[in-house]
Design a protein around this ligand. Structure first.
Ligand SMILES: [Zn+2]
Length: 147
């Protein structure tokens, strides 16, 4: 994977390694460190690219397949009202998707998550393992297989 030395995704500084769910092929899926919105997942593109138009058509299509696969896995697990898909890159300009299940119990379902003030929720080690295992199962991946 081409490394961009000032990019925190390229240098494995973010997302948190112990939050890794699975290698999906073109992307790696992680649980976001703040689980206030349960299931919030981040898919990082393995290559340092900043814009979708920089990708060859087939790679872009493959990326969207992986985003869709992850979204479907989240829908299997959580009581989803709507899944938000966000590709921003203002803070980390390396293609990464935020997939955020907005649950029936969402505190402010009409707003983007960035506009919902809240205290970040960190999972305990046990909760983290359990949530990652559920997501791996929903993705059709053996939960105990190493990433
Ligand atoms: Zn990068």
């Amino acid at each position: 994977m081409p490394i961009h030395p000032s990019c925190k995704i390229c240098v494995n500084d973010w997302p948190l390694f112990d939050h890794c769910i699975a290698d999906l092929g073109l992307t790696i899926a992680y649980l976001f460190e703040d689980q206030f919105f349960p299931g919030w997942t981040v898919l990082t593109f393995k290559k340092h690219r900043t814009e979708l138009f920089q990708l060859p058509r087939e790679e872009r299509a493959g990326l969207m397949e992986e985003v869709s696969r992850a979204g479907q896995a989240l829908e299997k697990i959580f009581d989803v009202r709507k899944i938000n898909y966000e590709l921003l890159g203002n803070q980390v300009p390396h293609i990464h998707w935020h997939l955020i299940p907005r649950l029936q119990a969402d505190p402010d379902p009409l707003k983007p998550v960035w506009c919902v003030p809240h205290e970040p929720v960190r999972l305990s080690a046990h909760q983290l393992t359990e949530r990652i295992h559920r997501l791996r199962s929903a993705l059709g991946i053996d939960p105990n297989q190493p990433v």
